[in-house]
Each structure stands twice: as structure tokens, then as C-alpha cells.
Write a protein that binds this ligand. Structure first.
Ligand SMILES: Nc1ncnc2c1ncn2[C@@H]1O[C@H](COP(=O)(O)OP(=O)(O)OP(=O)(O)O)[C@@H](O)[C@H]1O
Ligand SMILES: [Mg+2]
Length: 224
């Protein structure tokens, strides 16, 4: 084996509707992997770089008015291309474990299905702009859609008042129930198409219960 390949790390993504617990679960998994001695990079999309975080503000701020679905998709990919170049690829090349809160499956689910731009446009852009980078494992958190979206809304309300975040990330949470149903259908279609990469995890229990399921999956699938 060539040395570069044996050093290559692992790329794990967290997916699911707003409020399913992705950020909560990512932090828990990161802590466990670090305690076991691994180099772990925790990151998120849109965002993950200085440029990406600026793009995130434009995308998620409910004050962003009249953004066209195509412009929205292009901004998601602009953030992602920068993120791969600046953060993800260098970390993988060092042999690190990259845990990423949302990745291209989110674009396929939200813009492809939710906004009805179609899967093919998203997958083609992923090939052109992201070198078709594929996660070793994608953890798709699945739960009751209405419950999760309302949880995310409440969290955003709290956060927009707090000094730590202090800004508004509500643009998507204002979408309709029909939109989130399409997004959910999109996620399930991706999982069905790529069962070797995407594992659906029941996220309806407590954070601790969901974490146990994820830890077991990571141990089994990635021998970590
Ligand atoms: N299993 C759970 N049961 C109840 N509440 C939870 C659970 N997991 C997370 N939460 C709470 O629900 C809210 C949303 O969780 P979190 O921010 O982790 O979701 P997310 O998937 O990252 O959402 P988003 O897509 O909006 O970033 C938070 O207030 C969190 O504390
Ligand atoms: Mg989150």
C-alpha cells in the first residue's frame, strides 16, 4: 500500500432534519473518539471556514430575502468546496477523523428534494466542485419530523437571544410542513440508494440512547 493511503483518516457525516440532534450527537461522538486517542476534527456545513461561516450567515439568516433556489444551492457548494480544500482534505491526509455536521446529502435533501431542484443537479455539482468526496459513514438521524423542527425552532429562539450566538438561523425553520416532508423523503431515498454508506439511526430516544446506537455503529463499521 502506498504510504499516503495508509495515513488517510476517516470522514463521517451527520445528517437529518433540523433538530434531530446532529450537533448534540456529533459532540458526544467526538468526545468518545478523542478519549480513545484519535485526532478528531469537528466541523459543520454550511460553514467550517472563515469564508464558509460568512456564507452560512447569508444562507441561514431569516433576514435573507428572495434568495433563489439555484443561488442557495450554489452558495451551499461554494462553502463546501472551500471547506474541503481548507479543512477536510488536510485533516484526512494527516490521518484524522473528520466529523462533519451536514454535507452534500443535506443539499440533495433540502435543495434537491425540498426545493425540487432534483438529485442529479446536486450530484453533478458534487462531482465537479467537491471531487466527488464520499464519507466512509453517514449517520442519518431519523425522528418525528414535526417534533424535531419545533425543537430546532425553540433552540433557535433561545440562541438568537443569547450572547454566544446572538444571530438568527431561522430561515429554513420557517419552511412549511410539506417542505420538510419532501426533505425527509429525500433523505430516505439517499439511504436506500447507498445502504453501504448511510446508516439510519433512530433518534427518538434520549440523547444518551441515540449516542449508544451511534457508538456501536462506529465501532462495528469503522473498527474504531
Ligand atoms: N434526544 C433528544 N431528546 C430531546 N431533546 C434533544 C435530543 N437531542 C437533542 N435535543 C435538543 O433538541 C435541540 C436540537 O438539537 P441539536 O441542536 O443537536 O439538533 P440539530 O440536528 O443539530 O439541529 P439543526 O439541524 O437545527 O442544527 C437542542 O435544544 C437539543 O438540546
Ligand atoms: Mg445543529
Amino acid at each position: 500500500m502506498i504510504p499516503q493511503m495508509s495515513r488517510r483518516g476517516k470522514f463521517v457525516t451527520f445528517e437529518g432534519l433540523d433538530g434531530t440532534g446532529k450537533s448534540t450527537q456529533l459532540r458526544k461522538l467526538a468526545a468518545v473518539l478523542r478519549a480513545a486517542g484519535h485526532e478528531v476534527v469537528e466541523t459543520r456545513e454550511p460553514g467550517g471556514t472563515l469564508t464558509g461561516e460568512k456564507i452560512r450567515k447569508v444562507l441561514l439568516d431569516s433576514g435573507t430575502a428572495g434568495l433563489s433556489p439555484l443561488a442557495e444551492m450554489a452558495l451551499m457548494f461554494a462553502s463546501r468546496a472551500q471547506h474541503i480544500a481548507e479543512v477536510i482534505e488536510p485533516a484526512l491526509a494527516r490521518g484524522g477523523i473528520v466529523l462533519c455536521d451536514r454535507f452534500t446529502d443535506s443539499t440533495e435533501a433540502y435543495q434537491g428534494y425540498g426545493r425540487r431542484l432534483g438529485s442529479e443537479a446536486v450530484r453533478e455539482l458534487h462531482r465537479v466542485l467537491c471531487g466527488n468526496l464520499q464519507p466512509e459513514l453517514t449517520i442519518l438521524l431519523d425522528s418525528d419530523a414535526a417534533l424535531c423542527v419545533s425543537r430546532a425552532r425553540q433552540r433557535n429562539k433561545r440562541d438568537s437571544k443569547s450572547s454566544t450566538r446572538g444571530h438568527d438561523e431561522n430561515r429554513f425553520e420557517q419552511e412549511t410542513r410539506a417542505f420538510f416532508t419532501r426533505v425527509h423523503d429525500g433523505y430516505l431515498a439517499i439511504a436506500k440508494r447507498e445502504p453501504g454508506r448511510v446508516a439510519i439511526v433512530d433518534a427518538r430516544g434520549t440523547p444518551g440512547q441515540t449516542h449508544e446506537r451511534i457508538a456501536e455503529l462506529v465501532r462495528k463499521k469503522m473498527r474504531l
